[in-house]
Ligand binder design. Structure first.
Ligand code: GDP
Ligand code: MG
Ligand code: K
Length: 301
């Protein structure tokens, strides 16, 4: 139904912010489905994940941009470059920060990146459930002294407080546009990426600091046996040190088995069929510093 006084609006919103400010939590809340993998460890989300929220009068397409931080190696450079490109192409940038932490070097690094963009930037102050309202003003001022934000929205992604207001304000900034995605579509990522993230999430949850967030999971094969409704998945967990391989495999293979069991359950839910999951662990030294290998592992500019 076309209403000329109230045209359909749509557009792209990039969520940026340093690790652990709550980008994935926010996305999961508004999209209402577990697509952006959450973790207490920083930077679980490396690829762009899109969540689509469609209402009667709007479609908001969110991009969960990987945590931008000062690059420490080539993977960092790569991410910063792709984040920069994303920022130019979107309609609104949501810069998410923690209400309960002072502005830090990571935030300033992002603000520096924003200086060159003409895209409107919202300052989204998350986790207001953790601070006293009196302290909120101090935090807000520390950011507004550094940058001229289009809007300032305090909220709690965890309990939903003020999230609806943000969604309305975002819609005000979107152009008149088409419905890019059908109503029922919440992500345009291929199953392959979601499956690798599910496996990576299990590795990170079941190990401690010894296993860095930078491990990669490569899906070697996804075969569907239609008549038996079984999907065979073969995946390789890529680490850079022998010691990490040992940790992931565990005593007599116990940990790898547990990773496999938990990942398989989630993949079965995702695909709606029985899954056989074959997991391998491979050591590939310094894979993060080799551009050719980044491409092989599915990172693209
Ligand atoms: P990301 O790295 O920016 O994607 O952050 P996550 O969404 O993974 O969240 C990091 C941590 O902050 C998780 O433990 C979340 O439960 C927590 N968190 C996210 N939003 C809120 C919030 O509004 N309030 C509180 N108290 N915790 C939050
Ligand atoms: Mg995240
Ligand atoms: K995280």
């Amino acid at each position: 139904l076309q209403d000329n006084n109230n045209p359909f609006k749509s557009g792209f919103i990039s969520i940026i912010g340093r690790p652990n400010v709550g980008k994935s939590t926010f996305l999961n809340r508004v999209v209402g489905q577990k697509i952006a993998i959450m973790s207490d460890k920083p930077q679980t989300t490396r690829n762009k994940v899109q969540g689509v929220v469609t209402t009667d009068h709007s479609q908001l397409i969110f991009i969960d941009t990987p945590g931008i931080h000062k690059p420490k190696h080539k993977l960092g450079d790569f991410m910063v470059k792709s984040a920069r490109n994303t920022l130019k192409e979107v309609d609104v940038i949501m810069f998410m920060v923690n209400a309960n932490e002072p502005i830090g070097g990571g935030d300033r690094f992002i603000i520096d990146m924003l200086e060159k963009t003409e895209t409107p930037v919202f300052l989204v102050i998350n986790k207001i459930d953790l601070v006293h309202p009196d302290d909120l003003l101090t935090i807000i001022t520390s950011y507004t002294e550094e940058y001229n934000f289009a809007e300032i929205v305090p909220l709690s992604a965890l309990n939903g407080n003020n999230v609806e207001r943000l969604m309305e304000t975002l819609t005000n900034y979107l152009p008149e546009g088409p419905k890019y995605y059908p109503d029922d579509q919440v992500t345009d990522h291929p199953e392959r990426f979601i499956i690798s993230e599910l496996i990576r999430e299990k590795v990170l949850h079941l190990t401690r600091e010894e296993i860095p967030h930078s491990i990669a999971v490569v899906i070697e094969k996804i075969d569907r046996e239609e008549e038996r409704n079984i999907v065979n998945v073969m995946a390789t967990i890529v680490v850079d040190r022998d010691s990490q391989k040992g940790i992931i495999i565990g005593k007599k293979g116990a940990l790898l088995k547990e990773i496999g069991t938990r990942a398989r359950r989630d993949i079965e839910m995702l695909l709606g069929s029985k899954v056989f999951l074959e997991l391998w662990v491979k050591v590939q030294k310094d894979w993060r510093n080799k551009p050719g290998q980044l491409r092989e592992f599915g990172f693209r500019e």
